[in-house]
Design a protein around this ligand. Structure first.
Ligand code: NAD
Length: 329
């Protein structure tokens, strides 16, 4: 049993599916002890049974906010609950990490005021801390790889099924965060086709289509799918890239393949076949050192707390994503 709690500077609120992953990662990051709170006490107990040496259950949430030794709070709670918790944490001058998507309503994020002297406020858009995504960002930015024409995101699985937000609000927040990271822009208009199958007004399958300048974008999300799919396809004018996160090896494959209509003058086109041609070259899988994105994300949070630097996925980053999500929900 841990007795000395004075030195414990971190608390995790929300001990569900993702809170469990965060707790495991805190232990991996050598956070010997941390407080946990869940409004469903049995979830705190389950988490405690998994990490008995590290977890101290707090039964009253206000004890976490009032405890001056606790400097950092991590929220792994449903977005519908987060606004009240964020306001309280900021009022109590805590450094705060909020799991994606962050908030249920875009208007709430504008009510969160931060100043230069504010404590760290970071949002958990985990893919920004994923080495494969960082590799693909460099691929996109390298002009030698051709002009980007099309990006498709596929994120499907059976569950977790949420009841406070739709599938696109939950899952496309990942894809939009990656898109914003890649292009530094998000689409102004989005067409949505979504299907509320299990419950009225809460889509379980969603297809978003949009465009940023001349780049076409599709985002397919489902929590009602027999297998787990996590893929990004990128088509450029000279190459194709496929990122299949579920593969054990060669997660990224780059195809030196492309299709193009031959350039024709008016005179030529009357006499020759104008079909598009397909070009094939060598394909390869780049060597990318895989990392533990959650570990690197939380490491980034604690580093920002220490150095007082702004996190990559700060409130302005979250605002961009939530503003785009507002267009579809
Ligand atoms: N980064 C990722 O890849 C990733 C993956 C899954 C979930 N998430 C995010 O994590 C958050 C939680 O998702 P989850 O799958 O763990 O959900 P979950 O339902 O499994 O767990 C949420 C927990 O929060 C508790 N809770 C609810 N309101 C609370 C409150 N006011 N105070 C304290 N505890 C409260 C619930 O009792 C539950 O134990 C969501 O924002 C979700 O989008 C992120």
């Amino acid at each position: 049993m841990i007795k000395k709690t004075k030195k414990i500077d971190t608390a995790l609120i929300g001990c569900g599916y993702w809170g469990t992953n965060i707790a495991r990662t805190l232990v991996n990051l050598k956070k010997k002890s941390f407080f946990v709170f869940d409004e469903n006490h049995s979830n705190s107990k389950i988490l405690e049974s998994r990490f008995p040496k590290n977890i101290i259950i707090e039964k009253k949430i206000n004890n976490i906010f009032k405890n001056e030794n606790i400097k950092n709070i991590i929220l792994a709670t449903p977005p519908i609950k987060n606004f009240a918790l964020i306001k309280k944490a900021i009022k109590c001058k805590k450094n705060l990490f909020v799991e994606k998507p962050g908030l249920k309503n875009f208007s709430d994020i504008n009510k969160i005021s931060t100043t230069k002297n504010s404590k760290t406020l970071m949002f958990g858009y985990i893919y920004i801390y994923n080495n494969y995504i960082n590799y693909i960002k460099k691929f996109i930015e390298n002009k030698k790889n051709g002009k980007i024409l099309y990006i498709k995101f596929q994120r499907q699985n059976l569950g977790p099924i949420r009841n406070d937000v739709s599938v696109s609000y939950d899952l496309s927040s990942h894809d939009l965060s990656i898109l914003f990271y890649f292009l530094n822009k998000l689409p102004k208009k989005i067409k949505e086709n979504s299907y509320p199958i299990l419950k009225k007004n809460l889509p379980d399958i969603s297809n978003l289509s949009s465009r940023i300048k001349n780049i076409y974008i599709d985002i397919n999300n489902s929590w009602l799918n027999p297998d787990k799919v996590r893929r990004i396809t990128i088509i450029t004018s000279t190459k194709m890239l496929l990122f299949d996160e579920m593969k054990d090896k060669e997660k990224i494959k780059i195809y030196n393949k492309y299709a193009k209509y031959p350039k024709m003058s008016y005179f030529d086109s009357k006499f020759f076949n104008t079909k598009a041609k397909i070009y094939h070259g060598k394909n390869y899988s780049p060597v990318v050192k895989s990392n533990d994105p959650l570990k690197d994300e939380l490491r980034h949070f604690f580093k920002c707390v220490k150095t007082k630097k702004n996190p990559i996925t700060d409130i302005n980053f979250a605002k961009k994503i939530l503003k785009t999500l507002k267009k579809i929900n």
